[in-house]
Write a protein of this length. Structure first.
Length: 223
């Protein structure tokens, strides 16, 4: 009887050590995963007059091309699938400011994303002075825009931008905003759109009406 008690006690101790070791490994793995996410290296998107850092891995960044609006445009795609993720564009136009001839410009930057067939852009417009040091003098406007001619609507747009130092002139700004995409769907497309994050808010004989709230943001730094 005493021998049996000894054997059972020994087995219990061994099981306790194994469980404790496994839990330690799980916690270590979680800590490592969290650290890897926190320390994910930023990839720099070089725009014509500055840059934007993105915390995304496994991406391809295209060479800049001039789009139809006169913006220098760069697209970001998934490295494995080639799927479009987002795009950035920048355009600089001279400003006639007294005392700053050929030194003041309006710089417009956008970030673009696509949800199903809806393409949206978040814009920020800056006044930039190029004196002895190129600096952002002011943020003049932030806004959303529907960037395709599809049959959908952009609702409830909200956008804002700040200097990351809290003062002007500055070398960096941060823009962010939210907006809602609303479109009509039929019985064949509503399931696919639902998987893409759209929710039905109205239905009837004429089909389904769906919406999705999107968020965009970026930091733009002068070089």
């Amino acid at each position: 009887m005493r021998k049996m008690i000894y054997v059972l006690s020994f087995i219990a101790v061994v099981l306790f050590v194994i469980i404790a070791f496994d839990l330690s490994n799980v916690n270590t793995q979680k800590d490592t995963e969290s650290t890897n996410v926190d320390n994910m290296p930023a990839k720099t998107i070089k725009l014509k007059y500055g840059h934007i850092d993105v915390l995304q891995d496994s991406i391809n960044i295209s060479e800049p091309k001039l789009d139809s609006g006169g913006f220098s445009r760069i697209e970001v795609c998934d490295k494995n699938s080639g799927k479009f993720i987002e795009a950035y564009g920048v355009k600089e136009e001279p400003l006639n400011v007294s005392g700053f001839t050929n030194k003041a410009s309006k710089v417009t930057i956008y970030k673009e994303r696509k949800d199903y067939s809806a393409v949206v852009r978040l814009y920020v417009v800056l006044t930039v002075y190029s004196d002895s040091l190129r600096q952002i003098k002011s943020i003049d406007k932030t806004y959303w825009e529907k960037a395709d001619d599809g049959d959908w609507q952009l609702k409830n747009p909200h956008a804002a931008a700040i200097s990351t130092t809290g003062v002007f002139p500055s070398k960096e700004i941060e823009a962010s905003g939210t907006a809602t995409i609303e479109m009509k769907a039929n019985i064949f497309t509503v399931g696919l759109l639902n998987k893409s994050g759209f929710n039905v808010f109205q239905s009837g004989e004429n089909g389904y009406y769906i919406r999705k709230t999107v968020e965009l943001g970026f930091r733009y730094s002068l070089d």
